[in-house]
Design a protein around this ligand. Structure first.
Ligand code: PHE
Length: 346
């Protein structure tokens, strides 16, 4: 029986066949295993006489099985090596590669510039309540500025009975930061904001970066220096000229609208130089001001001890200016040709 088994193993032509032979001989119920069991019932003399032959059979069959398995594996590998070829001299297929979106790119740049000035980055929820978005920013229920925000409201109120809405600006992050962390504060807050508005320069969703500094003895000069430093770093030019115009925001007093000088070169607005110089003009860039003492009170701080400045700037607008893009809506179309045109995708 041993020789029959060895012959069958040697001619088995696949792994399943070898395994079946192994079970038949060496498995629990296999005939070699049965023979091994008979040794237990023998007298010592008998056992000494018969054991070596049985052990020998078991070892020979086990070796034959291992050898056959190896041989079949080798043959399989040879076959694959002969048929599967890989030509390493062929050029690799082009893989489409993504890039950072201009809006994300600008937000990253802003975070870096302001990090150098000691500003931390804060975020807040896009689904806000009207207390953080309006009331605490000195816009009570009846305030006309609320109507100017084209707010998207939710039908539901939150657990505290506040109206829920999509935040219309990043200014609620000012309140959240002061309430949660107290003073002093030195932060920027980038993020999405929403207003029911849509044309070439307005999309219902857009991006802002809020800046907030709260400390002791902060004045308008600090605001002007910070904005100048930030804009020069962002636009990578030293000839950026700002014009501060009196304005009005309920949450800042005084409020200043900041314009930047530009020149039209080959149909494009190029920042730099005074807007009053020949061939130059001013462009409104951002809103800012000294934080209204009412806002500092709403946030639970003492306005006689703490004061500061805040600003809010459109990120998409900054990106358009820096990269010469002209239609805001294209930012959110996801058209790869548009990104490629402005050098954002290979
Ligand atoms: N939140 C204002 C807006 O969206 C901008 C702003 C922020 C103005 C901070 C002053 C201070 O128009």
């Amino acid at each position: 029986r041993k020789n029959d088994t060895l012959t069958a193993i040697a001619s088995a032509d696949n792994a399943d066949a070898v395994e079946a032979l192994r079970v038949e001989a060496l498995g629990k119920q296999g005939w070699v295993s049965q023979l091994l069991k008979t040794l237990g019932k023998m007298t010592p003399e008998e056992r000494t006489e018969k054991a070596p032959a049985i052990q020998q059979t078991r070892a020979e069959i086990a070796d034959a099985i291992a050898a056959r398995k190896q041989a079949l594996d080798d043959a399989e590998l040879d076959k694959r090596l002969a048929t599967e070829t890989l030509d390493l001299s062929l050029p690799a297929p082009e893989m489409p590669r993504g890039t950072v979106h201009p809006v994300s790119q600008v937000m990253d740049e802003l975070a870096e510039i302001f990090a150098d000035l000691g500003f931390a980055v804060k975020t807040g929820p896009e689904i806000e309540n009207d207390w953080h978005n309006f009331t605490a920013l000195n816009m009570p229920e009846s305030h006309p500025a609320r109507a100017m925000h084209d707010t998207f409201y939710f039908p539901d109120h939150d657990d505290d009975g506040r109206r829920m809405l999509l935040r219309t600006h990043t200014s609620p992050v000012q309140i959240r930061t002061m309430v949660n962390e107290g003073a002093p504060v030195r932060i920027i807050a980038p993020g999405r904001v929403y207003r029911s508005d849509s044309d070439a320069t307005h999309t219902p969703m857009f991006h802002q970066v809020e800046g907030l500094v709260i400390d002791k003895d902060i004045h308008l000069g600090h605001l002007k220096w910070t904005l100048e430093t930030f804009l020069k770093a962002f636009f990578e030019r030293d000839d950026i000229v700002l014009r501060l115009r009196p304005s009005y925001f309920p949450f800042t007093e005084p409020s200043v609208e900041v314009d930047v000088g530009f020149e039209v070169v080959k149909g494009r607005r190029v920042l730099g130089g005074s807007g009053d110089a020949p061939g130059h003009a001013w462009m409104e860039l951002l809103g800012s001001g000294m934080v209204n003492r009412r806002v500092i009170e709403f946030a639970g701080l003492d306005p006689d001890e703490w004061q500061g400045f805040a600003f809010g700037v459109g990120v998409d607008r900054l990106a358009m200016l820096k990269y010469g893009m002209d239609d805001l809506r294209a930012f959110f179309d996801g058209d790869i040709r548009w990104l490629q045109h402005y050098g954002f995708s290979p």
